[in-house]
Write a protein that binds this ligand. Structure first.
Ligand code: GLN
Length: 545
């Protein structure tokens, strides 16, 4: 820590959701981190779920998993990918979590008989959690989920209002992200929604210090000045955030508008000169790469691409590292299941089968894996993708026709994938699960060691490392009972964790790798994941006709 005390940047959103608050917060974090400061970042979500773990991808996009096994908001993924840092449970909390701890404290009698109220108890709990996340950090960026005006967001806004007063001048600032829509009929960008949104913030006692305007078109000086005057911020504190070809351009776009001088002024910081050279070079390769590959992405949530956010971003990172554009051909596994021909897989350089839950689309994924195996097409299977690669191998090579996962067929005679009832979680605690265990919080979650087999493809990918740590999110495990049978037929178990199967590969295939972990969770723009890079490299070498 360089500064004497932690300073706070609070990021709120107005007008509507999905404006990219998380990316704006992460972009500012990147610029500050690359200026040599120690940055922390936190997402506070006003919804009631204790964590997003049990939410459907249709509701909430991807569930992002941290090293310590927290199932968090997908914005934490953006933070890690931008800041190249591993975050934890303490970097994301929800209303549900806040109430849960306040109620637990109340039950333990810690409030000494007081009446428990939103003010002060809930707000204090929120403040404490923010302060905790800011410990030892020069700057903590706090993103408040939702939109200003939401009823459930009020305690969070009250907490940041009070905290700003508590830490004093030059130690906290409010950034408000709004939409400046372009109205075609009038041919104009409109500032009124921004003014209303700031008005709403003011009503609860928060005056923004900086406005970031999402818009389709560039804001001229006159318009920026108008926003500055009507919203009561300095002229250099109106920053535009226009739609960019890549999200990784956004820090660079902010930098061009000298956002750091404005922040330095408000927070009384000196010498903010970020080193963005490496970042800049990677962004150039994201936008105008020299090579191209086409990857078939076989999944069942393809109408909802947000649910594969980390994986699609990881493909971009690998592409940047290899100066390659990764074109994704989305393939609906459920549709594939009912097709006679696999025409869709004929023009791709690689086949990727992603993770998932439930039986829908599974047989289509197995078909795609079979095609990749038999046609020597580079293949990467992730989590469910590995489980299904084993089932495919068991059914078609080992000739165990009823091979399945007990997730899909509880009575199956050849449970290639099954439910183990005891495992040690990433905090070292013994967990017991049965088919009757409730869904929330009973998975093998977070970072686990994977011991790598010498001279394997996996070992080559991880530059001869003996072991690596990657993140998990699954309930079922590959059954080690079939290990010998696999090995006799040329399937290698190349990664293991205390006897649990972590990675498999095929001997006589250009690139056939499947992993139980999710390599995409540790991939960052400046640090692409080796497994994904290895796969894209193999795809680059695989010319289709
Ligand atoms: N459904 C499988 C399991 O629970 C795979 C999970 C996943 O792909 N993330 O083990």
């Amino acid at each position: 820590m360089k500064l004497k005390q932690t300073k706070y940047i609070f990021v709120t959103g107005g007008v509507l959701s999905s404006l990219g608050k998380g990316i704006a917060a992460a972009s500012i974090g990147t610029l500050l981190k690359n200026s040599g400061l120690n940055i922390g970042i936190l997402k506070a979500d006003p919804y009631i779920n204790v964590d997003p773990g049990t939410m459907s991808p249709f509701e909430h996009g991807e569930v992002f998993v941290t090293d310590d096994g927290a199932e968090t908001d997908l914005d934490l993924g953006h933070y890690e990918r931008f800041l190249d840092e591993s975050l934890s449970q303490s970097n994301n909390f929800t209303t549900g979590r806040v109430y849960q701890s306040v109620i637990e404290k109340e039950r333990r009698g810690e409030y000494l008989g007081k009446t428990i109220q939103v003010i002060p108890h809930i707000v204090d709990e929120i403040k404490d959690r923010i302060k905790n996340a800011g410990k030892d950090k020069d700057i903590l960026i706090v993103e408040i989920g939702g939109t200003v005006g939401d009823i459930e967001g009020l305690p969070f806004l009250e907490a940041i209002r009070a905290l700003k007063l508590e830490v004093g001048k030059n130690n906290a600032m409010n950034i408000h992200l709004t939409l400046v829509p372009f109205i075609k009929a009038a041919g104009e960008l409109k500032t009124k929604p921004t003014q209303h949104s700031v008005g709403e913030l003011r009503r609860i006692g928060i005056s923004p210090d900086m406005i970031i305007c999402r818009s389709e078109k560039s804001l001229d000086k006159e318009l920026k000045n108008k926003i500055a005057i009507s919203c009561g911020v300095e002229k250099n504190c109106v920053i535009e955030s226009i739609d960019a070809a890549s999200i990784y351009q956004i820090p660079l776009n902010f930098l061009k508008q000298d956002i750091l001088s404005a922040i330095a002024n408000i927070l009384d910081l000196k010498n903010l000169k970020p080193d963005m050279e490496n970042w800049n070079n990677l962004v150039k390769r994201v936008i105008a790469p020299s090579n191209e590959v086409k990857i078939a992405f076989v999944g069942k949530y393809i109408d909802l691409k947000e649910s594969y956010k980390s994986l699609t971003e990881a493909l971009i990172h690998a592409g940047a590292a290899l100066d390659t554009k990764v074109n994704i051909k989305w393939i609906d596994s459920e549709k594939l299941q009912n097709l006679d021909s696999l025409e869709d897989l004929k023009d791709v350089n690689g086949i990727l089968v992603a993770g998932g839950f439930g039986y829908r689309g599974v047989e289509g994924k197995i078909k795609a894996i079979n095609y990749a195996r038999e046609h020597n097409i580079p293949f990467l299977g992730i989590c469910l993708g590995m489980q299904l690669a084993l089932i495919e191998f068991a059914r078609n090579v080992l000739k165990l026709k009823d091979a399945n996962s007990s997730e899909f067929d509880e009575k199956c005679q050849n449970p290639i994938v099954y439910l183990i009832d005891e495992f040690i979680d990433s905090n070292g605690t013994k967990q017991i699960r049965t088919s009757k265990t409730p869904l929330g919080g009973t998975m093998r979650l977070g970072s686990y060691e994977c011991e790598i087999k010498k001279d394997s493809l996996l070992s080559k990918i991880y530059h001869n490392a003996k072991s690596v740590k990657e993140r998990h999110r699954h309930r079922y495990e590959a059954n080690p009972k079939y290990k010998k049978m696999y090995e006799d037929k040329g399937l290698i178990i190349s990664g293991e964790n205390k006897g649990l199967i972590e990675a498999i590969e095929l001997k006589n295939h250009p690139f056939f790798l499947a992993v139980q972990f999710h390599p995409e969770f540790t991939s960052r723009l400046e640090n692409a994941n080796p497994v994904i890079c290895g796969f894209i490299k193999a795809a680059l070498n695989n010319e289709y006709n």
